[in-house]
Every structure is written in structure tokens, then in C-alpha cells.
Write a protein that binds this ligand. Structure first.
Ligand SMILES: Nc1ncnc2c1ncn2[C@@H]1O[C@H](COP(=O)(O)OP(=O)(O)O)[C@@H](O)[C@H]1O
Ligand SMILES: [Mg+2]
Length: 186
């Protein structure tokens, strides 16, 4: 239904992508389950004793901006840099401002090759370039994020509608994780 590649998802739950410091790019229309999937992977990472930090993307920019004026930027920046997994939920569609793309560049550059990232977006990865709205920054940022990435494109109807109408038994990633743990334990 959401055309999720289960084999790929199960592979991702092993968290090798975290050890490899790569990124997971989850794309698809509204309600398809991007945030849910990102958080399921984040949850699994926590279980494997990784540190995970979650931000909706607009919120990250806002917090960095606020921290700069409050002179707590270094502290926040270090916290962001140190997380084994950084989840950035909802890339775009609004174009980034000059300050936002500079902040994102700092974060992405400091984590590149050292830490792992999950990004979700309604826009296909090919359109992220335009959201950064500056070719030089776009090349630099996307080079680092897309270069070593696992792509998870989702498609299908909104899970919000599906869950509220005809689904007495919700399909659940918790279940996949549980089954998998069972398999590896036994
Ligand atoms: N695999 C799933 N099992 C159960 N509920 C899900 C699943 N994926 C998504 N949902 C539910 O569907 C709704 C939409 O999912 P969400 O991740 O917010 O979508 P998106 O981020 O793509 O807009 C949420 O209420 C979420 O809890
Ligand atoms: Mg979402």
C-alpha cells in the first residue's frame, strides 16, 4: 500500500547505517508515514544505546537562531553535533534563508563522516537543491547528505485516513521490530 520496501526497512533496523555514519532519506506525500518511520528507526537506535536527537526542520532553525541571540549557540551546536543520530523531520517546501542554509551547512559539515542523519520530506530528493536556494551551499550540503545515503521513497494514501477508516488492526513497525528481535534472539 505505501510501497515500503520491507527488506530495506528490516535492513535499516539493524542500524548498520549508524555505524557507517550515513543518512536515511525518507520521502513521500503527507500522511504516508515518514515521521512514523523516522521515529521507529530512532527508537531502534535508542534501544541499541545510540543517542538520538529529533527536530522538525523549522524548529531546528528557530532554536539555532534563538540560541545565537541568547549566546547558548555553542552548547546547542555541540549537542546537535554529538548525537549519533539526528532526525530532521520535514525538509522544505519553504526556501531556506541565508542564515538557515549557513546553519544547516555548519551542522551537516561537522557531522559528515562522523554521525548519522535521518531526513524526511514531502519533496523528492531531487528538489531539495531548490529549497536550499543557493547553488554553492546546495552542492556542499547535498554532497554530504546524499552521497552516503539510503533512500526510502514512500507512496500511497495518507495513513491518517487509513487508520481512521478501515483498519481495526493497524499495520505496525513495532511488530516488525518485535518479530525481528525474536528471530535474532532465537
Ligand atoms: N506503520 C504504521 N503503523 C501504524 N500507524 C502509522 C504507521 N505509519 C504511520 N502511521 C500513523 O499515520 C499517521 C500519519 O503518519 P506520519 O508519520 O505522521 O506521516 P507523514 O510524516 O508522512 O506525514 C500518524 O498518525 C501515524 O501514527
Ligand atoms: Mg511528518
Amino acid at each position: 500500500m505505501r510501497q515500503l520496501d520491507r527488506t530495506k526497512f528490516e535492513e535499516l533496523t539493524k542500524c548498520d547505517w549508524i555505524v557507517d555514519h550515513s543518512s536515511v532519506l525518507i520521502t513521500g506525500p503527507c500522511g504516508v508515514g515518514k515521521s512514523y518511520l523516522a521515529c521507529a528507526l530512532g527508537h531502534e537506535a535508542c534501544r541499541q544505546e545510540k543517542t538520538v536527537l529529533y527536530f522538525r526542520m523549522p524548529r531546528l532553525f528557530q532554536e539555532l537562531e534563538t540560541a545565537r541571540t541568547a549566546e547558548t549557540y555553542e552548547r546547542l551546536f555541540k549537542k546537535i553535533i554529538r548525537a549519533d543520530v539526528l532526525i530532521l523531520d520535514d525538509w522544505g517546501p519553504d526556501l531556506m534563508t541565508a542564515g538557515q542554509r549557513r546553519d544547516l551547512m555548519e551542522v551537516v559539515d561537522a557531522r559528515y563522516g562522523r554521525k548519522a542523519t535521518i531526513i524526511t520530506s514531502q519533496l523528492p530528493v531531487e528538489k531539495w537543491y531548490d529549497v536550499i536556494a543557493d547553488p554553492t551551499f546546495a552542492d556542499a550540503i547535498l554532497d554530504r547528505l546524499v552521497h552516503r545515503s539510503h533512500r526510502v521513497p514512500l507512496d500511497g494514501p495518507s495513513m491518517r485516513k487509513v487508520n481512521s477508516t478501515l483498519s481495526p488492526r493497524k499495520p505496525s513497525f513495532a511488530r516488525i521490530l518485535q518479530e525481528q528481535r525474536h528471530a535474532t534472539a532465537g
